[in-house]
Ligand binder design. Structure first.
Ligand code: CTP
Length: 408
């Protein structure tokens, strides 16, 4: 029989909550932690308790809750809580708490905890766009990142009131995924890098309601974006027709067609270190798009004439070869193959002029729409790297390892 002595220690997480309306979403984040076996100590700021009260945090965490350094002084909480943590995550992090953390101001239990913690620290800021974009906030964020904290960029969307913009707290499930990865001990080796990922499948319009598309779900591209953000990178995710929640800390640019995807990728790579083209891009598009719906009764069905789309990956390789900006330092692509997987992959790597080509076999129940993937990564300068079947996040990590090795 297992005794409490030999039970594995539960990872100890401090959930800091500062005074933003998104504090209510932190309840969901707390549940995700407790339900997956984490011991969570919630440390709200005094003002955060105006949004969500102490009983809620205490009931959901099963631990005592206070914002004050003057409670249970004999236990020295202002030092002990930070010292004992495996992870501190502040969600939502207001402009105020970011400023205090950046400057080492410690006037309450949360800011004291941030000063005493020696474990990884994740901030999930949420505030109005103006406050996020203010040079003071940006300078504080830069200081915190420089010191090794992971500060997630806020998401874009509806803010408090009628306005929309950058400033939303990312989806709690996505913040949780980032925290889980940080707890697993991965380093923030992509800090200071900007990477661009394309994901999903393009749609080429025939008329306002019909299109030529493909089966790509976007799962692999989203896993690439999620893992890069959790490794500290600034990530631009160009998403073509993907119905998945935005990964935490990632700037998502939505597109539909191959031409739109090309424009978005070229704009994003202007200051990027690397691009990973995981999107399934249509090779052809209808030569003409009907402005009105093609009616069954209107005429005999005409043939859909197709013209070639630009090959975006090949164009990036070409631009780099010719020194014609914009292009990033490292270029990676994916290759979906049904037959002669390796031979076709090698030919494609050479043809597209990229550094890495992740080759996977596609077909019924393989790769598309499934949470797992397996692949071989080909490169011009090294032996092939085989990635066994596993979660798309695991494959993504190997891809970023190989990209990181090639970053200047
Ligand atoms: N790709 C691209 N632009 C296109 C087509 C593909 O940038 N017009 C990129 C994809 O994002 C992927 C890689 O090229 O990273 C390979 O895509 P794949 O569909 O396997 O190759 P194709 O060039 O379309 O070759 P084929 O269909 O003949 O296998």
């Amino acid at each position: 029989m297992r005794t409490s002595e030999d039970a594995p220690a539960r990872p100890s997480v401090v959930l800091g909550v500062s005074a933003g309306i998104a504090a209510y979403k932190a309840c969901e984040l707390l549940r995700l932690f407790t339900e997956s076996g984490h011991d969570v100590r919630v440390v709200p700021t005094r003002e955060a308790l105006r949004f969500v009260g102490e009983p809620t945090w205490a009931a959901l965490s099963g631990n005592p809750v206070t914002a004050d350094v003057w409670d249970s002084v004999h236990e020295v909480p202002h030092v002990r809580i930070g010292q004992g943590a495996d992870l501190v995550v502040v969600a939502p992090a207001t402009a105020d708490v970011l400023a205090k953390a950046a400057h080492g101001i410690a006037g309450d239990l949360l800011t004291n905890t941030l000063l005493t913690a020696r474990c990884p620290v994740v901030f999930a800021p949420a505030m109005h766009t103006e406050m996020w974009e203010h040079p003071a906030t940006q300078a504080n964020v830069a200081v915190l990142r420089e010191r090794g904290a992971l500060v997630l960029d806020p998401a874009v969307g509806r803010l408090t009131g009628a306005d929309t913009g950058r400033g939303r707290l990312p989806d709690p499930a996505e913040i949780f995924e980032v925290c889980r990865r940080v707890l697993s001990g991965r380093s923030l080796d992509l800090t200071g890098r900007h990477v661009v990922v394309s994901a999903g499948g393009t749609r080429e319009a025939i008329d306002p309601v019909r299109f030529i598309g493909n089966r790509s779900s976007g799962l692999q591209g989203y896993a690439l974006a999620r893992t890069a953000a959790a490794r500290g990178a600034r990530v631009t995710l160009v998403a073509a027709n993907v119905a998945l929640p935005d990964p935490a800390g990632v700037a998502v640019v939505r597109v539909e067609s191959a031409l739109q995807l090309r424009d978005a990728v070229l704009e994003a790579v202007a200051d990027a270190d690397a691009v990973v083209m995981a999107a399934a891009v249509a090779d052809f598009r209808p030569a003409a798009r009907s402005d009105s719906k093609i009616k069954k009764t209107s005429a005999e069905p005409g043939a859909v004439h197709l013209v070639k789309n630009p090959d975006i990956l090949a164009e990036l390789g070409e631009r780099r070869r010719e020194g014609a900006a914009p292009y990033p330092a490292v270029i990676a692509g994916f290759a979906a193959e049904t037959d002669d997987v390796l031979a076709n992959g090698r030919a494609k790597l050479a043809r597209k002029g990229c550094d890495l080509l992740v080759v996977n076999q596609v077909g019924e129940n393989l790769a598309f729409g499934t949470p797992d993937n397996a692949a071989v990564v080909l490169s011009a300068d090294a032996e092939p790297v085989e990635i066994p079947r596993g979660p798309k996040e695991a494959l993504a990590d190997v891809v970023w390892d190989l990209v990181a090795e090639r970053l200047p």
